[in-house]
Design a protein around this ligand. Structure first.
Ligand code: GDP
Ligand code: IMO
Ligand code: MG
Length: 415
């Protein structure tokens, strides 16, 4: 089986929980885009583990995690994540492989991201250097994981990059210049440690598929953050849609057999940008507190609001999604009334070009007012909860295949 898992909203839909739940049936979990901007939370026994760089399926026995060519890679965050993961599995390193094609996130990328965020150019990024790293990739001046093993080339390109960045840092941002020798030594140290786990992901994965291995493709961010199809310019710097799996891993597109969409039972967004169903009132505040809606990467409070069927429908089409996992349904259990946006009064469908002007129309139903976090069987759900699920299926045109009712791996109702 070759299954892609993608977010259908603005990220943080619970992809980590879903991938961790499904990964036991796969041999490989491959990330195909994004970088340390991701924060994928997994509840492993009593621990909460947040994955930024490492594919989160690796806590399942026998699963190999691959960080693919389409990702950007920060060795500093990777090694700190690794040392944390070693507390769970001392041999975790044997389960992780990094593509030699990945572009490196360098200290100057992080610095530039931070400085821009503090200026008028800010869009509310995670300040992990993601945008500047992808910019260098497409400007063809980036440094890749594979370049770490060609010292002379690395040194020269680093020096050239730093002299250009220093000009920009000093002239435009009035910041202190960076020293290349310190960064060089640090990255050469990473090179030694990374050597045993760096691979040609395209060859590795194509070979695995020929041998009949099963792969789960772990998406990061969400469709509304896609560089082309998201709410530009308030987006991330990579393609988050399922079409990105092939190019992000060096695989032909026909290998993606199925795409499972992940959507929260309500909507959240972190960072700036349009959000048609945002609730700045009591409902939104309660969702944030009950749902613990604080960023897994930055700790920022997430903006919250009702489920928006139109954005999920839009996202599903872009990804080829027919079936979804609805997460955090348990969070809705204390509300007297629940509403979902079924469309807009001033537009026939979601359109990111007018996202800041869309006026949602809502359908409201009574809340289910019952703790559903221990329920594992659809029939045991209260009627009002079933009604909510039916509304979502009706207005999105999608089939709900799983319902997540808690952060734990097995807190899932299968339909
Ligand atoms: P991701 O980026 O899509 O992997 O999502 P995050 O990990 O950033 O955010 C999802 C948050 O919700 C995490 O804290 C999860 O532990 C938590 N979570 C996931 N599914 C459920 C669920 O069904 N119910 C509850 N209450 N929490 C959940
Ligand atoms: P996961 O994988 C939620 C948002 C940032 C900002 C915009 C650009 O955990 O779902 P960036 O740092 O990528 O340049 O920021 O994208 N963003 C996310 N929001 N979840 C994420 O990842 C995100 N990754 C980036 O908040 O609005
Ligand atoms: Mg997240």
């Amino acid at each position: 089986m070759k299954l892609a898992v993608v977010g259908l909203q603005w990220g943080d839909e619970g992809k980590g929980k879903v991938v961790d739940y499904l990964a036991k049936d796969f041999d490989i979990d491959a990330r195909f885009q994004g970088g340390t901007n991701a924060g994928h939370t997994v509840r492993h026994e009593d621990r909460e583990v947040i994955f930024h760089q490492v594919p989160c399926g690796v806590l399942n026995k026998g699963v190999i995690g691959v960080v693919g060519a389409g990702c950007v890679f920060d060795p500093a965050i990777f090694f700190s994540e690794l040392s944390n993961l070693k507390k769970i599995n001392p041999k975790i390193e044997e389960c992780i492989k990094i593509s030699k094609y990945c572009h490196l996130i360098m200290p100057y990328h992080i610095l530039i991201d931070k400085i821009r965020e503090e200026s008028k150019q800010g869009i509310g990024t995670t300040k992990k250097g993601i945008g500047p790293a992808y910019e260098d990739k497409y400007a063809r001046v980036g440094l890749r994981v594979g370049d770490l093993f060609n010292q002379e080339f690395f040194k020269e390109r680093l020096r050239a990059n730093i002299s250009r960045k220093n000009l920009m840092l000093m002239e435009i941002y009035h910041a202190e210049p960076l020293s290349d020798s310190e960064i060089f030594d640090k990255y050469m140290d990473y090179a030694k440690k990374l050597k045993p786990i760096v691979i040609n992901d395209a060859a590795y994965l194509n070979d695995a598929l020929t041998k009949g291995k099963n792969i789960i493709f772990e998406g990061a961010q969400g469709t509304l953050l896609d560089i082309d199809f998201g709410t530009y310019p308030y987006v991330t710097s990579s393609h988050t849609v399922s079409g990105s799996v092939g190019v992000g891993l060096g695989l032909p597109p026909f290998y993606v057999e199925q795409v499972l969409g992940v959507a929260k039972a309500y909507t959240t967004r972190v960072g700036f940008g349009p959000f048609p169903t945002e609730s700045t009132e009591e409902f939104g505040k309660s969702l944030r507190e009950i749902g613990k809606e604080y960023g897994a990467t930055t700790g920022r409070p997430r903006r919250c609001g009702p489920f928006d069927a139109a954005i999920v429908k839009y996202a599903a089409q872009l990804n080829g999604v027919k079936e979804i996992v609805l997460t955090k349904f348990d969070v809705l259990s204390s509300f007297d009334k629940l509403k979902i946006a079924v469309g807009y009064t001033n537009a026939p469908a979601f359109d990111p070009f007018i996202a800041d002007r869309l006026e949602p129309s809502y359908e409201e139903i009574p809340g289910f007012k019952k703790d559903i976090s221990k329920i594992r069987d659809y029939d045991a759900l209260p009627d009002e909860a079933k009604e909510y699920l039916k509304l979502i299926e009706h207005y999105t045109g999608l089939k709900i295949k799983y319902i997540s009712v808690g952060p734990e791996r097995n807190a899932v109702i299968r339909l």
